[in-house]
Design a protein. Structure first.
Length: 449
């Protein structure tokens, strides 16, 4: 603990108040559990920043890494190839939405986003349309924390500081139905919040390279798009000749109950980013996927300068690709997607009970991607003040009861490893319920639903 405080600067963490509490130092894991250095057990209710699919220390995943390490751990993909990355690319294309037939490997979700943006930008230059260079983003979007990804992000608290470093974008409303940007009812709105995007594309498509979005917004508080919404956006992009970039870093690999969130609507993006669950949450491998149309635009002689100039040192790392291959093999063998759908139905039933808590304003679920938005007053939907750190307090209480739950502001999360059983999910939700109840009972002025 002393050395952690002295040497380690933690990500997305205010280090001053981090040091006011005893840190949770993880030593090992097994299935949905993590254990700290004192041997205390915790449910991993947020799958280690939403990455873990088949559980911690899965023997087959461990073995895949060990076997690969005995052959070679890393050699470069820059101009050369390696076996696991070839086999993995084939598997990814096999399960990806139709039309995405080329895989560009990288190390993180944010890098995958950088790649997709650079590909879209360069694509239009190669097509002789260099004026198509701006991107459309959504209110409260999060695509990672590198500068390009921050430029297409819109969570002011994270992004405001860097404003002068960012490139210009167009911003349109996201369908956050609980706090509808147009104050309409989701039953009668006919997706009216999409009108801004429609108008923007109708007027400015000549200046626009692509639209980038999360099919379920993650970091803004787990906000699924209404059914059919993504398909309408896809149609608009096609109509106006603008590339659709779907960021599936958080939603990919079964998280929402289909292999990819795009699959719910049968959407075929032009570019798609993946990461997190690809390796089962074991190693940092991510990728950007592209269509033939985009890939082929980059082909040319050496001196044509159509090369895609991007590639990090550890791109296509063999250990990462080997564990990803095993993860995807087990996905099929163990019918993980069906399991997610089954457990998600059980979770939906259990979540109903949370309405008994007056501080629960909204419950949002897509598969095993769940956000519970806490409010000061259910009737008026008055939020908790940022300084109250309500989610943080609930997270601390969960920790006392043996569960790790990293919230997003006032939104409590339930994003367990995909292999969670109903019994384990029930036990985790009991802890969450109790923690919300204890932390909010004295603070809420609202009435019951
Ligand atoms: N795209 C999406 C949709 C994501 O949710 C993320 C990360 C990324 C891209 C970037 O992937 P990365 O570079 O991290 O591999 N800031 C929040 C957690 C962010 C959740 C991670 N999502 C927090 O403080 O809890």
């Amino acid at each position: 603990m002393e050395k952690d405080f002295r040497y380690v600067w933690h990500p997305f963490t205010q280090m001053q108040d981090y040091q006011e509490q005893e840190p949770l130092i993880v030593e090992r894991g097994e299935g949905v559990m993590l254990y700290d250095v004192d041997g205390r057990a915790y449910y991993d209710s947020v799958a280690s920043i939403w990455t873990n699919t088949l559980g911690h220390a899965h023997p087959a995943l461990t073995e895949a890494i060990v076997k690969q390490a005995q052959l070679v751990a890393h050699s470069t993909l820059l101009g050369h190839a390696n076996v696991p990355s070839i086999l993995l690319a084939e598997q990814i294309v096999d399960i990806a939405p139709q039309g995405l037939s080329h895989v560009f490997f990288c190390d993180s979700g944010a890098e995958a986003v950088e790649i997709a943006l650079k590909m879209a930008y360069q694509y239009w230059q190669l097509k002789g349309r260099p004026e198509k260079k701006r991107f459309v983003k959504f209110v409260e979007a999060y695509h990672g924390d590198t500068i390009g990804a921050v430029s297409v992000g819109a969570i002011d608290r994270f992004h405001e500081t860097y404003r002068d470093m960012l490139f210009e974008t167009f911003k349109v409303p996201y369908p956050y139905c609980y706090r509808c940007p147009l104050s309409l009812s989701p039953r009668t709105c006919a997706h009216a919040c999409m009108d801004e995007l429609k108008t923007l594309l109708a007027e400015k498509a000549d200046a626009i390279a692509g639209v980038i979005l999360e099919p379920v917004q993650g970091s803004s508080g787990i906000i699924p798009m209404p059914d059919g919404y993504l398909r309408e956006i896809e149609a608009l992009c096609k109509e106006h000749g603008v590339l659709l970039i779907v960021d599936e870093v958080a939603t990919g690999f079964g998280r929402t109950g289909e292999m990819f969130a795009s699959d719910h609507d049968g959407v075929r993006p032009d570019l798609m980013t993946i990461g997190k669950g690809l390796t089962g949450g074991y190693l940092p491998v991510a990728a950007a996927l592209a269509t033939d149309e985009i890939y082929e635009a980059f082909l040319g002689t050496y001196d044509s300068n159509k090369t895609f100039y991007h590639g990090h040192t550890f791109t296509g790392n063999q250990l990462g690709c080997a564990v990803a291959l095993e993860n995807l093999r087990l996905f099929k063998e163990e019918r993980v997607i069906e399991h997610v759908q089954d457990v998600a139905t059980f979770v939906a039933e259990r979540l109903e009970k949370f309405w008994d808590l007056p501080a629960v304003g909204d419950i949002r679920q897509k598969g095993l991607f769940v956000g519970i938005e806490l409010v000061r007053d259910r009737e008026t939907r008055e939020p908790f003040a940022f300084e109250e750190r309500i989610g943080w307090h609930v997270g601390n209480r969960c920790r006392e009861y043996g569960m790790i739950m990293r919230p997003l502001g006032s939104v409590c999360l339930f994003i367990p490893p995909l292999i969670v059983t109903k019994e384990q999910a029930g036990a985790m939700l009991d802890i969450l319920y109790r923690s919300i109840e204890e932390e909010t009972s004295a603070r809420v002025g609202g009435t019951l639903r």
